[in-house]
Ligand binder design. Sequence first.
Ligand SMILES: NC(=O)c1ccc[n+]([C@@H]2O[C@H](COP(=O)([O-])OP(=O)(O)OC[C@H]3O[C@@H](n4cnc5c(N)ncnc54)[C@H](O)[C@@H]3O)[C@@H](O)[C@H]2O)c1
Length: 337
Amino acid sequence: MTLNMNLGANSYDIILEHGAIQKASEYLNLNRKVFVITDDGVPAEYADIVCAQCKHPVKAVVAQGEDSKGFPTFEKLCRMMLENGFTRTDAVVAVGGGVVGDLAGFTAASFMRGIDFYNIPTTLLSEVDSSIGGKTAINLGGVKNIIGAFHQPKCVLIDPDVLKTLPKRQIANGLAESIKMATTFDAELFELIENKDIAENLDIIIERSLRIKKYVVEHDEKEKGLRKVLNFGHTIGHGIESYEGLHGLYHGECVALGMLPMCEGEIRERLLRVLEKAELPTKLDFDADRVFEAITHDKKLDGETLNVIYVPEIGKFEMKKTPLSDFRTVLEEVFCK
Ligand SMILES: NC(=O)c1ccc[n+]([C@@H]2O[C@H](COP(=O)([O-])OP(=O)(O)OC[C@H]3O[C@@H](n4cnc5c(N)ncnc54)[C@H](O)[C@@H]3O)[C@@H](O)[C@H]2O)c1
């Protein structure tokens, strides 16, 4: 199936197809110098399958993990491109999860002020969310995604077959982003995740998540308004994530926890059950003061209030300016019972 991200001159196809990676050259222009970037946790065969279809492949394997999303690795990649004589008409291909996608995308956005970028996501999180939309970034000084650019890919190739090698916990991590989109935008998708077997319906979950993200990006490419909905669960999630070293939680797991305080009553109960079904965490074992402190360091802080996405009904959302004191109370209520 092909979806088209309609962004005028920046439009591109999103191919969702089992086995697509085997015929990448049918969809991507690999008949040139191609910089294939992957990490050492992604099974090597995926990048090798892509390299085998390129006229002049140059492969870079970075260390897996968030630490690669920083200036040292970015510089190494730029130097490799320079040494290998890359020009403005060449291309970069990401073969990996959100880390590789963000890093490779930013490299493509920066080299010679921007060259063609293709994304071949290999985690569920990147297949349902981060590979489309054009946000690319690296981290600096412990602040996530603080250096970046909007640089839309020329094509995104989503092959659900590559998820066969992905650990179960990483599948749950990606599901958190689909649950986020269902909770704010698509009551039917929420009910599907709630009532049906998740593994058997993964293709549908990927497709519907992509359709939601596509709609949001098409209506607000540069995050001036609507696209902020994708931050549902992220304000508290990022706060929790800053203690990641302590708890070893993944991004999606932090988002899962971060969504719970942003709804109430029966909505929160249903979300809690869905997160548990997806094997995502719903409890936090450190005190609200520390979470609160971490959240108030978040970059979305605006004076004495926080702008957050709140869900009044499954499939609907509203943007709310919330006083910090209310935030403190709700954190107590959700996590410190
Ligand atoms: N650009 C965006 O719009 C956007 C949106 C959400 C998240 N992100 C970013 O995405 C990143 C998280 O991405 P992620 O969750 O994909 O993590 P990740 O890229 O670190 O991948 C998780 C792990 O899975 C391994 N892996 C990848 N594919 C595999 C496969 N098919 N089989 C086995 N192992 C595999 C990787 O080596 C890594 O160890 C964060 O840096 C976050 O900031 C970006």
